[in-house]
Design a protein around this ligand. Structure first.
Ligand SMILES: [Zn+2]
Length: 300
């Protein structure tokens, strides 16, 4: 489906179009001390959003080329064809680029910059703060927002853009009901399966071996509590510093992304070991529990 506004504008500049963000599902995060965190944040000086996007896209492409993963390659192509840079606006996001005639799909991409906290309370709370995830794709924009103002390694940049890029490709090519909690969790599961696969391919056996070790650690923690895999949520209980040499984190913000990714991967491995072919459903349920706790499952 092509958005009527886009058809109307054609190739003419559509800088004034406002994408309205649905903030309904974000109110639950309002207890974080983001004002405090923001004032102590290290923020990069780069203000050119095109430059930032090029950096992140190069990082994603680099992963696709190194792993030769066909889906990663396809997602890079999709992003390149569909992206329209945008900037924060008090009412949503404002396009900085006009649509091109050859664009079959499009989404707005806001690369966050120093100073974007002034775009409004929601921008400051949800996207300028270090709290919460490093990026998000919102189907109702459609818009992707990346916390590119916080310094991160190119490895993280590439993985995040590929993760969110997969969400964008899935939604824009299929137009599924993203407010359906089950579908939402299945999409997250498939996207984490993808992210786990490319991380393993990129970082090799030493990474995979360590994640398997952690999967056993969780299985034991569950057993100690009287549970089998799939019966309870194995919470993230420690920092995974043993990954520092192969999956380095240059900040607490990045370490949180890395450790969350490893935690999810380890749980997926544990569920695959326990359920074999039936594991996919258990993985989606695991994510449902996890996202429900963080308040990001739609309509739940
Ligand atoms: Zn995701």
């Amino acid at each position: 489906m092509r958005a009527p506004l886009l058809t109307l504008a054609g190739v003419v500049i559509i800088a004034i179009i406002i994408l309205v963000i649905n903030h309904n599902d974000k109110k639950k995060h309002s207890t974080v001390s983001f004002e405090n965190e923001s004032s102590h944040m290290v923020v990069i000086e780069e203000l050119d959003r095109t430059k930032l996007y090029n950096q992140w896209f190069t990082a994603a492409k680099d992963i696709a080329q190194k792993t030769k993963d066909p889906e990663a390659i396809e997602i890079c192509e999709f992003i390149e064809k569909s992206v329209l840079l945008a900037e924060p606006h008090p009412n949503g996001g404002r396009f900085l680029q006009g649509a091109r005639e050859d664009q079959k799909h499009y989404f707005g991409l806001v690369m966050m910059c120093k100073g974007d906290q002034d775009a409004g309370f929601d921008w400051r709370r949800d996207y300028y703060s270090v709290a919460g995830s490093g990026a998000r794709f919102m189907p109702d924009g459609p818009m992707m927002i990346i916390k590119s103002h916080i310094p991160t390694s190119t490895l993280k940049q590439g993985l995040i853009l590929l993760h969110e890029g997969r969400h964008a490709r899935q939604f824009l090519t299929q137009r599924y009901n993203w407010t359906d909690a089950k579908k939402f969790c299945e999409e997250e599961r498939d996207t984490h399966n993808f992210q786990n696969r490319i991380t393993s391919a990129l970082l090799g056996e030493s990474y995979t071996k360590l994640v398997i070790d952690i999967s056993h650690e969780y299985e034991k923690a569950l057993a100690d509590g009287g549970f089998k895999p799939g019966e309870a949520l194995a919470h993230r209980s420690r920092e995974f510093t043993e990954f520092d040499s192969i999956f380095p984190a240059i900040s607490k913000f990045e370490q949180d992304f890395r450790d969350t990714s490893i935690w999810i991967h380890a749980n997926f491995i544990m569920l695959e070991r326990a359920f074999g072919a039936e594991a996919e459903n258990h993985k989606a349920i695991f994510l449902f529990q996890l996202y429900k706790e963080s308040g990001i499952v739609p309509n739940s």
